[in-house]
Design a protein around this ligand. Structure first.
Ligand code: IPE
Ligand code: IPE
Ligand code: MG
Length: 251
């Protein structure tokens, strides 16, 4: 395996974990088996990211649009999510990882919210990696919720409309306080964003692999990160400017 440069890793890695259903269906298995196997890949990516010193890992686990899937699949996913969080919280404590959730939590079942609250509370003092789960998450939904909150604060005089800029707007998003992702990986060969982090991905480096999420390995993660390290992030500047100013990705 190519050694990675520890000084050129993404500070924030985001992942669209896709292809669980197809992985299962190709093997004549139920889709939920694919989700169960996908949970094993989650454990690996969380562990590796934390070992590598990545500060923020954000995983797209359930979208606003996924609520339209068959009820049985949704139920299976919610049960799996609760089981995963309960099982993994002790490991998160040992690895100093803090849980965070983005998305419309009011649509999640009460028992899922209780499990999430407990995990967030228990890990709230951890100072290592921040593991953000995007649950019942949609970028457009997040943006419109932020706009509504801004409008409310403006009407109540907490903020002046003239002060609204990129930074203030960003702070009203679910991700307020998190840096934008530097690198996005999507598995399963689909080359789309599917309503994930629409605002935050403005300058993110994108990486797509054909591999379905349950088959995504440590080697593939390293390959993806090595690809990230080979890119020149210009943020609208010229290559000459970047080379004079040093690497902006670590600015
Ligand atoms: C990703 O796998 C997990 C979720 C969206 C919850 P999919 O369930 O989308 O798997 P495919 O895309 O149907 O193969
Ligand atoms: C995106 O995957 C959402 C998650 C990975 C949770 P989907 O499988 O829902 O996306 P589409 O429908 O193929 O765009
Ligand atoms: Mg999918």
């Amino acid at each position: 395996m190519m050694p990675l440069d520890p000084n050129k890793l993404p500070i924030h890695l985001a992942v669209i974990m896709d292809g669980n259903g197809r992985w299962a269906q190709q093997r004549m298995l139920k889709r939920i088996v694919g989700h169960q196997r996908g949970a094993e890949t989650v454990k690996m990516v969380v562990e590796q990211s934390s070992l590598l010193g990545i500060k923020y890992l954000t995983l797209f686990a359930f979208s606003s649009e996924n609520w339209s899937r068959p009820v049985l699949e949704i139920r299976g996913l919610m049960t799996l999510l609760k089981k995963y969080i309960r099982q993994e919280t002790a490991r998160m404590m040992r690895k100093n990882i803090r849980y965070n959730v983005i998305g419309n939590r009011s649509d999640l079942p009460d028992d899922v919210n209780e499990t999430l609250d407990e995990a967030i509370r228990k890990t709230s003092g951890n100072t290592g990696m921040v593991l953000t789960l995007a649950l019942s998450y949609g970028g457009r939904q997040e943006l419109s919720r932020a706009a509504a909150k801004l409008a409310k604060d403006a009407i109540e005089g907490k903020i002046s409309y003239e002060d609204i800029d990129v930074n203030i707007f960003g702070s009203y998003l679910d991700t307020g306080g998190l840096p934008d992702p530097d690198f996005l990986i999507r598995t399963s060969g689909e080359m789309r964003i599917s309503n994930f982090l629409l605002w935050q991905l403005a300058y993110t480096e994108l990486y797509f692999t054909e591999t379905n999420w349950p088959d995504f390995t440590i080697n593939e993660l390293h390959k993806a990160l090595a690809d990230f390290q080979s890119r020149e992030r210009r943020f609208g500047l010229t290559s000459d400017q970047i080379n004079k100013r040093g690497d902006l990705s670590n600015a």
